[in-house]
Design a protein around this ligand. Structure first.
Ligand code: UDP
Length: 192
């Protein structure tokens, strides 16, 4: 599939954390072995640039905020562990073979065409507020996130594609503003 491609964006993965508790081996197959297949093909075919998509989930529960690229990696779920493995595999192809791969770590992305039933907080709250239902704030609502608008995530991916080969990342793509789940609920209720 990559034959004749100048640039490859690798976004394929199994992403559901709960399912990774159930079938961790499929996460190794798809996320680690799948990434190996893609970097291997990138090397063989001599693609000009490859972007590997990681996730903020590799950092686990924040030990400090904002989470920087220097934050320790913590495999808190088989999903997170498989993404850490995938990142290391991508990085090793640059270190070992000079394959021009860069890794990007998006934080919680939201925006148009988000699946309304995927259980994520922004889409859940919007659907609930529009239906006049109560918003399901889990726990105290004091937990915070840095949400990244989809256009910013896309722009980061596109910009990374155009960087020199020496730029390998990993690079966090987020938002300097932290918001609690409770504040988010209040803001969405107000806007709706
Ligand atoms: N959350 C919530 N109500 C919901 C969905 C999520 O309070 O209906 C909370 C959830 O407990 C978490 C935060 O919102 O603290 C973000 O959850 P999400 O699943 O969107 O992203 P992730 O936890 O993967 O960062």
């Amino acid at each position: 599939a990559m034959q004749g491609c100048d640039v490859v964006m690798h976004l394929a993965a199994l992403i559901a954390i709960p399912y990774s508790y159930h079938s961790p081996d499929t996460y190794i197959d798809t996320n680690v072995k799948g990434t190996l297949n893609v970097v291997h093909a990138a090397r063989e075919l001599g693609v000009e640039r490859m972007v590997h998509t990681s996730t903020s989930e590799v950092y686990g529960t924040a030990r400090f905020v904002p989470i920087t690229e220097e934050h320790p990696l913590q495999g808190q779920s088989p999903y997170a562990a498989s993404k850490i493995g995938a990142d290391q595999m991508a990085q090793s192809f640059f270190s070992s073979f000079n394959t021009p791969v860069a890794t990007i770590r998006p934080f919680n992305t939201y925006g148009p065409r988000m699946q309304p039933d995927d259980g994520r907080v922004v889409s859940n709250f919007i659907v609930q507020a529009m239906a006049g239902r109560e918003l399901t704030v889990y726990g105290t609502g004091s937990q915070t996130r840095s949400f990244c608008y989809i256009d910013d995530t896309v722009e980061a991916l596109v910009r990374l594609m155009a960087t020199p080969h020496e730029v390998t990342g990993p690079m966090n793509i987020g938002n300097p503003h932290e918001i609690s789940v409770r504040e988010l609920a209040e803001r969405i209720m107000r806007l709706v």
